[in-house]
Design a protein around this ligand. Structure first.
Ligand SMILES: [Zn+2]
Ligand SMILES: [Zn+2]
Length: 318
């Protein structure tokens, strides 16, 4: 005979387990993607036409140009009784109401007062300034953990809180050959370690390079650093000397250091760290993708940042 079902007292383990049904209370991070198209123009009224052109290049041209933006929103919290961090329809509604319905097919300089440059508080609508403005508009409605805003597949910004700090990533590529072998070892030993990568005449890859910098957004230019200057640094210090080379022979560092993806990423971080500091930002991360199947990442400043790289990884995996 089965015993009668009786309600357990609230502090009883059975009651506690019942409350945790559907994962209630367990922490989780969710992401939601949204997109919008908008135009913008980089033009500061306190500068002359020549100064605007010199400073912002083609981005200063009248009447502006546009991008297809992609936004990724990371949110975290304990699951509710329905097994969700948040009801997705509420997430969709908040993002549409607060962001995409206001910006889609609009000119950013006019859509939000944050980007009204006739006001002294106005900021240029750069990728990082727009990401921060979106954070401030979504934060009252959603439990944000991080935002990533792609302007193009070669440029995106991350913000992780309501501060002026942002991360800006540029993506570029180069093609190079290499051979993985340690000269002090025999061919058999190198073959055992590096396999086909140790074959005597080398092989090549189309490397994808992502460089992430961290810095404070300038309250007027909306930039963590001069984007054109950052792109020039990466071109001059990495892409130009590495592209279409045999790394072991053409880049001095790899005459004595085996050019694994890890070592190439570390060397790129060493090359870029001080020059990027000279632009007023900090090199945060170098990611080098060697093939669709393998990549190396170097965090240039992890100890100071605690959990932040993990929040960025959530956005990267979305
Ligand atoms: Zn633009
Ligand atoms: Zn290789």
């Amino acid at each position: 005979m089965t015993p009668p079902v009786m309600a357990a007292p609230p502090d009883h383990p059975v009651a506690a387990a019942a409350e945790r049904r559907h994962g209630q209370g367990r922490p989780c991070v969710i992401t939601r993607r949204a997109s919008f198209s908008a135009s913008h123009r980089y033009w500061l009224p306190e500068l002359s036409a020549e100064q605007n052109l010199a400073r912002f290049g083609a981005c200063s041209l009248d009447p502006g140009h546009g991008h297809n933006y992609e936004l990724i929103v990371a949110m975290g919290g304990g699951l509710d009784a329905d097994g969700m961090v948040l009801n997705l329809s509420e997430v969709k509604h908040a993002i549409r109401e607060q962001v995409t319905a206001q910006l889609d097919f609009r000119c950013l300089n006019q859509a939000w007062p944050e980007f009204d440059l006739s006001s002294p508080e106005g900021m240029l609508p750069t990728t990082e300034a727009l990401a921060l403005a979106i954070w401030r508009r979504l934060a009252p409605h959603l439990p944000l953990m991080g935002l990533r805003l792609h302007e193009t597949e070669h440029l995106w910004a991350d913000v992780l809180g309501d501060s002026m700090e942002a991360f800006l990533t540029i993506r570029t590529h180069f093609a190079a050959a290499h051979r993985l072998a340690r000269p002090e070892l025999s061919p058999e030993e190198n073959d055992a370690i590096y396999g086909k990568c140790a074959r005597p005449h080398g092989h090549g890859h189309n490397y994808l390079l992502e460089v992430t910098v961290r810095g404070a957004i300038d309250p007027r230019t909306g930039m963590v650093c001069d984007l054109a200057a950052l792109q020039t640094l990466v071109d001059q210090l990495v892409v130009e000397p590495f592209d279409h080379t045999f790394l072991n022979k053409d880049v001095a560092h790899f005459a004595t250091t085996v050019p694994t993806a890890e070592n190439i990423a570390l060397h790129i971080a060493d090359l870029l760290s001080s020059p990027i500091a000279g632009l007023g930002a900090a090199l945060h991360k170098v990611r080098l993708q060697e093939s669709p199947n393998n990549a190396a990442e170097v965090f240039a400043e992890v100890p100071q940042l605690g959990m932040k790289p993990l929040a960025l990884d959530v956005l990267a995996a979305a």
